[in-house]
Design a protein. Structure first.
Length: 205
């Protein structure tokens, strides 16, 4: 059974925590993680890009010159793609980029991400700020040794912590019910409250 140290906000060890083997010692399935990350990134796309084909561009109804005898190539209208103001070849049109992933694959990918990033987890006994100040969160992360890309996982909504951390460009906040594979894999360190870690084990066990 894997275990992890529990520290306070200053990085001092205050205990240990046993973790579920089903979640934090699961077989790592790279294909499942890849599919879920692709699905997540595809869902971020608006899919509203649009351009006009040669049949949709205004103008160009008249043949620009006679078919033969000019020494030039044979053209019809001047709205073909090779002309200025012409249409676009294979013009992009609004579309849906959603990639559907089965629920079992999503759970498998999440367990694989937890297992592969276990060494990057920093479990904090309790994150409590006296006031919503960015410098307090920055100091905490510095003492925890997490000054690069950090995923801050909270058990529930904590307005004070979210307000204090949103001005730090390397920090991203998440709750247990908003965690995703991409954010876990993309973070250098994952700072998580002990209560949030327990909730994760209850949800994915």
């Amino acid at each position: 059974m894997p275990t992890v140290n529990v520290v306070d906000m200053h990085g001092k060890k205050v205990g240990t925590m046993d973790l579920s083997e089903d979640i934090f010692a699961a077989p790592v399935n790279a294909a499942a993680m890849h599919l879920v990350v692709r699905s997540y990134l595809a869902a971020q796309r608006q899919g509203t890009q649009s351009a006009l084909t040669r049949g949709e561009v205004r103008g160009g109804g008249r043949k620009i010159y006679r078919q033969k005898g000019t020494g030039n190539a044979r053209h019809h209208g001047n709205r073909a793609p090779q002309f200025r103001h012409g249409g676009v070849v294979f013009a992009p049109k609004p579309r849906d980029y959603v990639i559907k992933v089965p629920k079992k694959v999503r759970r498998l990918a999440m367990k694989s991400a937890f297992t592969s990033k276990l060494e990057d987890f920093i479990v904090v006994d309790r994150i409590a700020l006296s006031e919503a100040k960015t410098k307090l969160v920055a100091q905490m992360l510095r003492e925890l040794g997490s000054e690069k890309k950090t995923l801050l996982v909270l058990p529930g909504k904590e307005d004070k912590i979210v307000r204090a951390s949103k001005n730090i460009p390397t920090v991203k906040d998440a709750y247990v019910n908003t965690l995703n594979v991409y954010d876990i894999l993309n973070a250098d360190k994952i700072v998580i409250e002990k209560d949030a870690m327990q909730k994760i084990q209850e949800v994915y066990a």
